[in-house]
Design a protein around this ligand. Sequence first.
Ligand code: FEO
Ligand code: CA
Ligand code: CA
Length: 677
Amino acid sequence: MDRKQIIEDPETGNKAEAFEAFDDIPSNPRLSGSIGDVIASRYGRREMLTGLLGVSASAALFGASALAAPRPAGAANAARESRYAFNELAWGNDETHHVAEGYEAEILLRWGDPVVADAPEFDVMNQSAEAQLQQFGYNNDYTGFLPLNADGSRGLLCVNHEYTNEEMMFPGLGRQDKAEFAGMTKELADIEMAAHGGTVAEIIRGADGKWAVVLNSPMNRRITPLTTAMTLDGPAAGHARLQTSEDPSGTRVLGTLNNCAGGMTPWGTWLMAEENFHGYFWTDKLDADGKPDLSDQPEAAQMKRYGAPGLWYAWGKFHGRFNIDKEPNELNRFGWVVEVDPRDPAAMPVKHTALGRFRHEGAETTTSKEGRLVVYMGDDARFEYQYKYVSAGTVSKDPAANSKLLSDGTLYVARFDEGGTVHWLPLVHGTGPLTAENGFASQADVLIDARLAADALGATPMDRPEDAQPRGDGTAYIMLTNNTRRGASQLDAANPRAKSAFGHIIEIKEDGGDHAATKGTWSILVKCGDPQIAGVGAEWNPETSENGWFASPDNCAFDADGRLWVATDQGSKWGKTGKSDGLYGVETEGVLRGHSKLFFRCPAGGELCGPVFTPDGETLFLAVQHPGTDGTKALKGFERASTFEDPATRWPDFDPNMPPRPSVVAVTRKGGGKIAI
Ligand code: FEO
Ligand code: CA
Ligand code: CA
């Protein structure tokens, strides 16, 4: 289907669904993986697809520990006890959130809530960009917590606002992609821009254990694509391809957008990943099929490889810099990782080109044995790659010195080999195929066109790499959310299911337990989906209950005790499982490895993001994104697409005059204490 057909498809209930479906058209030219051919010839394609592959062959491919082998009878009970001590929540889908028994989930910040001193109260029927610039933005995704005192009862919450849904935000507007954006005005586009970006909010835990925003904190701040000036640094900064008429220096950019997951650095700065930046760029030149006509564009090949321009927002009609006909290089100034110092509202955010340009999902950090900074980053699109960055220098106690660590280092992309080895291939100009003869004139080209450089290096096209979370022991977990476009001829050991609707999680163990290693081993922790349906090919620890299995892992986090928690985003397809998106505790060690328990679930149509624990393990912040929006045709009793006037839920206010609002939730244990201990 082309863009127009996807927009008009009656099964596509809202713009987010259309965006998702359109994104299903991959841009990676390397779609017949050689690994898949090796496996297929060795084991037979039919066996791979139908799950008939024997245990020994599967073990060779996936690692013995990834298999759901039955436990020997009589194994010690203690060894089987879940490390996640809570009574599992029942699965389901309805108009509100649910948390495990004995816990409270309180709404901390909602779209429109005032965040800076003197911000106006939210008036949903009279929105303005000026007000929105002082209020909590839309679609909260990544959530980071920076403690400001020794016991962590005061801290800064750093929240990404990924995107906006106009049909849910504005009265009477409806889906604008279906109406060729006829209802969009500069005023509405500016409100959308003001609702993107990020929020820094100081929060404090009261004597009653409840968290509240410190409204007059001087550190509270909104970051947006409308108003926040940023610098570019690293090897591509200043390059001709980053220069525009507004910025001939190629070092200054206005704003950040589509900030999905992210990370915090060891020195307390916040990394905002720019994900689907292509969707914000516009062109007036369309071909007969309604697709962008790039015939006049010198960088047409690069634009196509990044799926740009996506034409999902009309900003380019009102702000020429988002129209590639006028300002093609503006496109090259997005798709980076942005570093923000949340403690200093006057500090200008920095886009670090050393970390490469792609659809950055997250940027979770750790340190190597030598003390180098290591950042794990996914490129979230079908058949895209997993990356990591290793700094040249080591982390110092001096925060000012650390700011250079994201400017000078090596970007690597992962090749997952059949035998369970992962190789990290350096994206370094002049090495291997990354030469001028192949279109990379300098390191700037390698970084701006990181996808093309990774293609040339032979990285493994993955099933949509979302968040990746490293643990200090040289282990990292990679969330691969799904890839329904992977065909039978495109299977490989690390992406073993065709038309994978439910995703899987890969565990990497770097050689020597060192995150800076250029080689490691990998295995599949779980293959998601319903284990009771044979055709799904799910693999969980057999002790996993009907509540515990999930689909489409997206964000993840470790708690204070090193346990893995996984949040899901099934998008518009949640009707396939009937389960709301939620948060699950997933065992990574011992006989219960691959066991999962449901702790929290979202209201219908929402995705769960931003799990982050306070260092004492007593509070868990969760971000409920786009409640009432995705796939609401599957919601029993509602069975239609949501709009501002007619939403599937009005969570969390349940006020007949208020649409659903994306919100951050603070989860604590009733009576206090660590979560799930
Ligand atoms: Fe914004 Fe890949 O989720
Ligand atoms: Ca995500
Ligand atoms: Ca994470």
